[in-house]
Ligand binder design. Structure first.
Ligand code: RP5
Length: 164
């Protein structure tokens, strides 16, 4: 089993979530993705979490829209870290999913990122794994430094435009 497993409530969430897998692969973290729903495939979702636990998965990322219970349901079945991504779908544009994902009862945490926060979910998962992996920690430090450089380059280009 890969170190990180992404579970999503529907294939309609996938376009929002592709950056999870892309970012993890960029960082050299093994990852896979499955469509499994807390409401529509509860038995299969539970069985998959058990399979991942046995297979050594380190972090679960769970993404869903509307009444988004997937992350909480997964957290109920594992003591591994669970990161929740509320997805903006449906008439409330993700506000419903945000509250459903973040408001967990004490003792069963879900580390909830922003609505559609795919990249941050991936980076957070990598950071969790990096607490026991120095090589990955160094990769993350470099990744953050390259992000800084990109912003500085953008500012430089803006200053050049402004100065005509
Ligand atoms: C949620 O319902 C899914 O995560 C998705 O965001 C939303 C709509 O699902 P579909 O009707 O597109 O399958 O469970």
């Amino acid at each position: 089993m890969p170190d990180v497993v992404l579970m999503m409530g529907s294939d309609s969430d996938w376009p929002t979530l592709e950056p999870v897998i892309a970012t993890l692969r960029e960082l050299g973290v093994t990852a896979t993705a499955r469509v499994l729903s807390a409401h529509r495939t509860p038995d299969q979702a539970r069985a998959f979490v058990a399979e991942c636990e046995k297979g050594g998965t380190k972090v679960f990322i769970c993404a869903a829209g509307v009444a988004a219970h997937l992350a909480g349901a997964v957290a109920a079945h594992t003591a591994r870290p669970v990161i929740g991504i509320p997805v903006a779908s449906g008439p409330l544009n993700g506000f419903d999913a945000l509250l459903s994902t973040v408001q967990m009862p004490p003792g069963v945490p879900v580390a909830t990122v922003a609505i559609n926060g795919a990249v941050n979910a991936a980076v957070l998962a990598a950071q969790i794994i990096a607490t026991g992996d120095n090589a990955l920690h160094e990769k993350l430090v470099k990744w953050r430094a390259s992000q800084t450089l990109k912003v500085l380059e953008k500012d430089k280009r803006l200053q050049e435009k402004l100065q005509g």
